[in-house]
Design a protein around this ligand. Sequence first.
Ligand code: CMP
Length: 152
Amino acid sequence: MERTFVMVKPDGVQRRLVGEIISRFERKGLKLVALKLVQLTRDQAAQLYSVHRERPFFNDLVEFVCSAPVVAMVWEGPDVVAVARRLIGATNALQAEPGTIRGDFGVSTQMNLVHASDSPVSVARELPVVFDQQELVSYTLATEPWLGTDAS
Ligand code: CMP
């Protein structure tokens, strides 16, 4: 079963959208396997966004993402990397479709509320920046057979 790394960014936390954002993932039928409120260090933020190192917005992005707490999560489900990206919507919140998190709540590219890894390769790089392996909880949801997400 696939896993993905998701993070409610400082603007999402400051705007009290944590519950709303978690709810979008829950309602979709995805399974939460790790969750924590944390203030990232500069090093963690730079590691997380290392693919953007050469971009003009990199320093501002790192500064912003460690300026206040974030809520980091790991979600599990079939094709969850792509599913999470669709739930979140386009990076530029102005272009994000209504019904997506960014489409419903955002108007900015930098302050786009939530981050999700864009590929399994990115999950493998990003998830360990925030979570130790033992923080990922293995359990069975009673609804897993109904939702077709039974990993067994
Ligand atoms: P996120 O999905 O967290 O991944 C990289 C982040 O960089 C992105 O959301 C935006 O917050 C930010 N970003 C991407 N493009 C730009 C841009 N052109 N200007 C400012 N920030 C950007």
